[in-house]
Design a protein around this ligand. Structure first.
Ligand code: NAG
Ligand code: NAG
Ligand code: NAG
Length: 221
């Protein structure tokens, strides 16, 4: 074998090794979304085993049931409505930067809405209705510039409706009925078109807000 052929083979071998290394590195970083979802799985109780296919050793979560990815293998949907889940949401959900649909309605999820959900810049739909979620509606949700559907009804949420939400021009549907919210109902921006029934059954929520005339609930924090 001539020297130049030998060097040629070594060249190809080296290129292969580098390519393989890059593949390994990129699949590891892609699976940070799998890690985030697996953290959610560990935080939930799942008596019906709907999360059984969520195997964190796979290169990405795109073959898991109830998960949808785009062409770049980034998670765009989590569809776990009506799945008999209990337990808590996790901050790691905020890492799914291409997530468009977070569907967790009709479960028995407790705890609070993680502030980090405000990082989900692509989110179109946040459906957490019919759970047992407490705490406040995080003002950070006012960063969700793509949000169209915000359904938080039938939970145990307290505090005010964050005024930050009034700045979301894409928002079309808001339902916060059947919670424990206080303060007044916003009327500006997207709230101009939300029916009052979507605010019903909040003992201390007053309104709609009349600019300068409403009595504000000063005990509301
Ligand atoms: C939900 O899970 C409970 C156990 O925690 C079980 O008894 C019940 O049958 C499940 N409900 C449905 C609709 O699967
Ligand atoms: C809802 O969560 C609270 C704790 O935040 C708990 O005390 C209550 O039992 C839960 N309700 C249901 C129906 O699971
Ligand atoms: C709402 O939360 C309070 C405590 O913050 C709890 O006493 C109550 O049972 C909860 N309501 C429901 C329907 O779970």
């Amino acid at each position: 074998m001539s020297k130049s052929v030998l060097f040629g083979i070594m060249d190809i071998a080296l290129t292969l090794i580098i390519t393989l290394n890059l593949l390994v590195i990129s699949s590891v970083s892609a699976n940070s979304e799998g890690d985030a979802l697996y953290t959610l799985r560990r935080s939930l109780s799942d008596p019906d085993n709907v999360l059984q296919s969520w195997d964190p050793t796979l290169v990405n979560p795109c073959t898991w049931f109830h998960i949808t990815c785009n062409q770049d293998n980034r998670v765009t949907r989590v569809d776990l409505g009506n799945s008999n889940l209990s337990g808590h949401l996790v901050a790691e959900l905020g890492k799914l930067e291409h997530l468009q649909y977070l569907e967790l309605y009709k479960n028995n999820i407790q705890g609070t809405i993680p502030v980090e959900l405000g990082n989900l810049k692509s989110l179109i739909s946040l459906d957490l209705y019919n759970n047992n979620i407490s705490g406040i509606i995080p003002p950070s949700l006012g960063q969700l510039k793509s949000l169209v559907f915000l359904r938080l009804n039938d939970n145990n949420l307290t505090g005010k409706i964050p005024r930050e939400l009034a700045g979301l021009s894409s928002l079309k549907v808001v339902d916060v009925s059947k919670n424990n919210l206080c303060g007044t109902i916003p009327t500006t921006g997207p709230f101009e078109h939300i029916p009052l029934t979507n605010f019903e059954n909040n003992r201390r929520l007053e309104g709609p807000e009349l600019q300068g005339l409403a009595t504000y609930d000063t005990n509301c924090s």
